[in-house]
Design a protein around this ligand. Sequence first.
Ligand SMILES: Cc1ncc(C[n+]2csc(CCOP(=O)(O)OP(=O)(O)O)c2C)c(N)n1
Ligand SMILES: [Mg+2]
Length: 368
Amino acid sequence: MAKKKTIDFQALLDKVDTLFPTYQALDQDGNVVDESLVPDLSDEQLVELMTRMVWSRVLDQRSTALNRQGRLGFFAPTAGQEASQLASHFAFEKEDVLLPGYRDVPQLIKHGLPLYQAFLWSRGHVVGNEYEEDFKALPPQIIIGAQFVQAAGVALGLKKRGKKNVVFTYTGDGGSSQGDFYEAINFAGAYKANGVFYVQNNGFAISTPRDKQTAATTIAQKAVAAGIPGIQVDGMDPLAVYTVSKLAREWAANGNGPVLIETVTYRYGAHTLSGDDPTRYRSKDLDDEWQKKDPLIRFRNYLEDKGLWSEQKEEEVMENAKQEIKDAIAEADKVPKQKVSGFLKNMFEKQPQNIQEQIKFYEAKESK
Ligand SMILES: Cc1ncc(C[n+]2csc(CCOP(=O)(O)OP(=O)(O)O)c2C)c(N)n1
Ligand SMILES: [Mg+2]
């Protein structure tokens, strides 16, 4: 009698785990641990990247204060995620299309959205969503994962037009459980569309921990079912995030199809400032452990060793950022209060008859 087949299911799982190592260039003290992941950036570019990350930390602090003063509306804190957000964005071109989530406002501003408009978006003011024709981005998506499906469509459009540009989009660990996430990477994979898809794994979807989100050891491995490459990168390491992003962009721009990148990161603050209290689901020990991995600490150490950064330089960057934010809030305050007619006008390129009627109706009302 033939010997019956046995299957070592545990070995199947263990094998998958070996395929998705975490890419890291700098350890938490800023020492190079993998020279092959250190990008060829000029001194000026390295300083620019650090400047953007410090700027983002200041924006986070000031936005929190402004929110508490009632001068901003919706705000999703970003501190801790600077490498994941700004070092990834740094790898893309102006002509690449950004589809951000609600926490990705720093990338959107660095892609070209004027800061005062970002503040108006936070206040729910329609002028925050009025983009210049040639600005390659959509407003931040609040529906979890929805931007992934839109990104798949944009990516296919770029491909069909023969563009060497890509779309890049971000969701979170929670977003990676949504149907939209799977549908998007599957579709983009099938059509080899020009997309780079990020999952910023900050360990929590509001209060739901990562281990309740999926049994998969990494989120990067979810790429396998879509037939596309998936990479897990240390999301607190700006150099590794940049290098992986740059290579992924090149791969996708050259028509090889999309890439999924998981950045392993942490948000220090609350989920949003609309009533979340992280002390109810996170321990201080966990917070402390992640603070030691801070992307600013390790990049500061790295740059100081090269003689490219100093306390004085950082002070200067922080002061400039504070002034820029102050000016942008003043500019946002000058924008007239929004009107219903303004909302309606922003809806369609060519207004259908019923919308035209409604605009007329509200304009008459608003002029009284
Ligand atoms: C379709 C949908 N379901 C639920 C929500 C409510 N919601 C807002 S944020 C969030 C958690 C998202 O977590 P994650 O994807 O990890 O992103 P993070 O906020 O951690 O950056 C949920 C469930 C939503 N906005 N959209
Ligand atoms: Mg999350």
